[in-house]
Design a binder for this molecule. Sequence first.
Ligand code: PLP
Length: 475
Amino acid sequence: MKEPTKQLSDIGDVTPETFREQLHQIADWIADYRENMESLRVSPNAPPGSIRAALPVEAPETGESFEKIMADVDRVIIPGMTHWGHPMFLGYFGWTTTAPGILAEILSAPLNVNAMTWRTSPVATELETVVVDWLRRWLQLSDKFGGVVFDTASVGVVHALAVAREEAATSVRKMGIAGRTDIPRFCIYTSDQAHSSAEKAAIALGFGEDNVRRIPSDSEFRMDVAALDKAIRKDLRQNFRPLAVIATVGTTSTASVDPVAEIAKVCREHKVWLHVDGAYGAGFAILPEYKWITVGWEEADSIVANPHKTLFVPLDFSVLYVRDLERLRRVFTLVPEYLRGDTVAAEKNYMDYGIQLGRRFRALKAWIIWRSFGRQGIAARLQENVRLAELFASWVKADSRFELSAPVVMPVVCFRLRNSDDEANARIVETINASGKSYLTHTKLHGRTVMRLGLGNILTKEEHVRRIWDLLRGF
Ligand code: PLP
């Protein structure tokens, strides 16, 4: 039998009246969620697979109602979440959910443009340039640096190292690396505290993860520069080609800051690319008392900062700055015929600066959140996080059962139960997380397991920090 012809109402969008109603419901839902979040478990404790088991195997054959879908959001999605915006979420670096950030994400949704070229949405391109420049000024980088927004720092470093490779071994872009005898064995150097995105980049670019040299760090978890210099010299003697050093400003475990200026000297001497991984820490440059972390940045070839970690922009928003952005464009520009019409007479086509063609209008959310708080508002919130971290650290220091495991440089505190083994420390974190009352992470520092508190969430107040301390003292 022939299918009946679909009515326009069956195949078009929902009616404007219904849409308006649903938007109001969603607005209330969001406000309720944010207001009542504290009453929720921070994270679930159900076994893996239980969420999937509660959902149908097949996608629905016919459309389902908004009410039914929202009921399942409450029934399955919310209880299955780790609520990163929860005031007791104290894992990683805390998180960047804010009311203006949520509004900005909502506003981005109906626009849903593709910012691949200037012409495909002029404002998405020009606003990106504006916010990248605002951030550059906040980071006190000179205008020799140009930036581009990526999703993550991991993607940023791949792009930076691709440029380094092109400059060290010309025509890789054109001829590739396979089968070429003129391509040296490249090495990347970073500290034993640096993020694993270094190895991921080496994997993606064909350097090989074994060719990432992990340089030892000192007692405060900063790269040992003498050891770096020694490692480079050793590789040169063995016919490797030192390509790049990744210095970290705000390491993943302890938020330590590598001595960038000294590292830059070594890089200059050996003609090696310097990438500064400020994914977490660079945002603190907005505070006058953290000006010291920016020393040496001007000498870098590239710097990455993640405002989605530190500067209240919702995930994802990472900026890669390259000294002379044209170097990045030279490696990645490629205009197929079907896009050519949209690339002429353009201010800038951001598709030229990376492997991505389709690009979200990410600049809008940064523009909204940074205008909503202003530099002073952001600074005050970061300063409060630093104060809370120092307060927590003072409690740890004053309690003979605990000890600090690293200096508190940014709002990250590493600590451990004294006179206890690694397992006992890891078990405390597991037990707290399983209770749903809070969320912490653990890490290993110079071979020992330690607990870790990360403060960044603007809903986290002193009372919450006291609460986690009470929980910890109960062990
Ligand atoms: N670099 C550092 C120092 C980090 O701490 C992290 C993540 O925590 C990254 C890079 C990777 O960030 P992304 O998730 O944006 O790739």
